[in-house]
Design a protein around this ligand. Structure first.
Ligand code: AMP
Length: 488
């Protein structure tokens, strides 16, 4: 039997990606950035940072913890100060957990100060890093994002924006970036637009953010999405859009709709909540079963369960309660305590489920940790039958674009067939949404096999970019990513 391991941090959950935010020309830039980051907290809860420019100096504050832990007090906001600011919330999808990896990252270049916030994951960062270390570069962090700063710094071009484009032309993978100089706020999205990035406006000031929920929190108007392969340069004189790379069709990550993005966000013109609900509707069409109640795994399973319930005309009950205050620090990193993880997080309203046939709806199965534990507590509470329905297809292939699932041996569906998974989870029946159903839910008649509309490699193995680091076998240890060598 294949053993499924916990994620690298020892917790029985995955890490998410990152959230980025930026404001140009507003006297409350820092406070607005803190608020925007707060709205993006679901994209990363490990660390948060802000870089601001006050007309003379760049200032930065980067802290481990939640946004509200450090960026809600007036002193911090006032000390940062300035009319321009960028922010970042992170989960460490690459680079170890350390203060030096917290973004925004900043460097003093020939052209002046330059800071970046990066969401996504580069697939050739280790290869580039190795080359640069060999030719004398000194890296300050273990994060893939620092590679971008080095490439900008080393570029032989003259103007900052040319150097930035030069840097982007050398990186592969997923990136949404917000950069800050003393005169500009710059937004950029990789040629496929894998990770989201939107443009907003508040009282004449331009805002850039990972998701529209970060515009809503500050009352900013949504202007538009930054397009795939687009670079937006915001200065006092307005906004300029560049498309320096060969045009490609957009392939946004479909997992943003399944799990990552907040349900109230509009990503690529589609309201995430509605897409999740559609997935539930489609799932019900594909996997009807007699039952007494439909129960979501909170929180991300709720919209799909609602769609399932409406389509199947089986009543929805919120019979699982999630404790939102289970923080990282609360869980001791021992195997015994780790096993308690989901019990600490979820409990069942017994009177709701005792003797009932339950359709349990979750948005995805990755390692299988969550559903195993939820099915167990439903049964302990007396559920007569548990039919698990998953509103996305089986995740079979690892991700290299910012979701922490790089090791295929950890993916339940990569190692078990459907019946083995059902037995492992101990549910009565198990059905996943089909790939076709997922595309239907997203409003596509079908997946275009020649030009897929979304990045969906988790389900299909169809990676939309080169995976240079993976193909060349370069890994962190080989290039002293964790600084173990001395003078040999
Ligand atoms: P697992 O417990 O490993 O099967 O992970 C699946 C559960 O985690 C589901 O309840 C999802 O809502 C949630 N989930 C899916 N993808 C991620 C991710 N990248 N990071 C954190 N949680 C996730």
């Amino acid at each position: 039997m294949i053993s499924l391991q916990n994620s690298r941090d020892g917790l029985d959950r995955l890490r998410e990606e990152c959230g980025i935010f930026g404001v140009f020309d507003n006297s409350d830039a820092v406070a607005l950035t803190a608020l925007g980051m707060h709205a993006l907290q679901h994209r990363g809860q490990e660390a948060a940072g802000i870089l601001s420019y006050d007309g003379t100096h760049f200032k930065t504050e980067r802290r481990i913890g939640l946004v509200g832990d450090h960026f809600s007090d007036e002193n911090t906001i006032n000390e940062l100060s300035g009319n321009m600011a960028i922010g970042h919330v992170r989960y460490s999808t690459t680079g170890e957990t350390a203060l030096r990896n917290i973004q925004p990252m900043f460097a003093e270049l020939n052209n002046g100060g330059f800071g970046i916030s990066h969401n996504g994951n580069l697939t050739n960062a280790l290869t580039l890093r190795r080359k640069m270390i060999e030719s004398g570069s000194i890296f300050q962090s273990t994060s893939d994002s620092e590679v971008i700063l080095h490439l900008v710094s080393r570029s032989s071009r003259r103007r900052l924006i040319e150097r930035f484009i030069d840097a982007l032309s050398q990186i592969e993978g997923a990136y949404s970036l917000i950069a800050l100089t003393n005169k500009k706020l710059i937004g950029a999205r990789d040629p496929l637009g894998i990770r989201p990035l939107v443009l907003g406006k508040l009282d004449g000031a331009f805002i850039l953010a990972s998701e529209t929920c970060a515009l809503d929190i500050i009352g900013a108007d949504y202007v538009r999405d930054i397009e795939n392969g687009e670079i937006i340069i915001i200065t006092k004189t307005g906004l300029e859009s560049l498309k320096p790379f060969q045009t490609q069709s957009a392939r946004p990550c479909i997992f943003e709709y399944i799990y990552f993005a907040r349900p109230d966000s509009i990503v690529g013109g589609k309201t995430v909540y509605e897409m999740r609900k559609n997935m539930g509707v489609q799932l019900a069409r594909e996997s009807a079963h007699d039952a007494d109640i439909v129960v979501p795994v909170p929180d991300s399973g709720i919209p799909a369960a609602l769609g399932f319930s409406q389509e199947s005309v089986i009543p929805l009950e919120l019979s699982i309660v999630r404790n939102h205050y289970v923080g990282r620090t609360f869980i001791e990193p021992t195997q015994k305590i780790r096993q308690l993880g989901v019990k600490l997080k979820h409990s069942v309203i017994q009177s709701q489920v005792a003797g009932k046939r339950v359709i349990l709806v979750d948005d995805s199965i990755v390692r299988g940790t969550t559903c195993v534990k939820i099915v167990k507590i439903l049964r302990e509470a007396g559920a007569r039958e548990v039919h698990l329905r998953v509103s996305s297809p089986p995740i079979i292939y690892p991700d290299f674009y910012g979701i922490d699932t790089p090791d295929q041996s950890n993916l339940l569906a990569a190692n078990y067939d459907l019946e083995d998974m059902r037995r492992f989870i101990n549910c009565d029946t198990l059905i996943f949404l089909s790939l076709k159903g997922l595309y239907l839910a997203m409003g596509c008649e079908e997946r275009n096999v020649h030009k897929p509309q979304f990045t969906d490699h988790c389900f299909t193995g169809d990676y939309p970019t080169s995976l240079t680091d993976r193909a060349s076998g370069v890994n962190a240890e080989q290039i002293s990513l964790h600084f173990p060598k001395t003078d040999e």
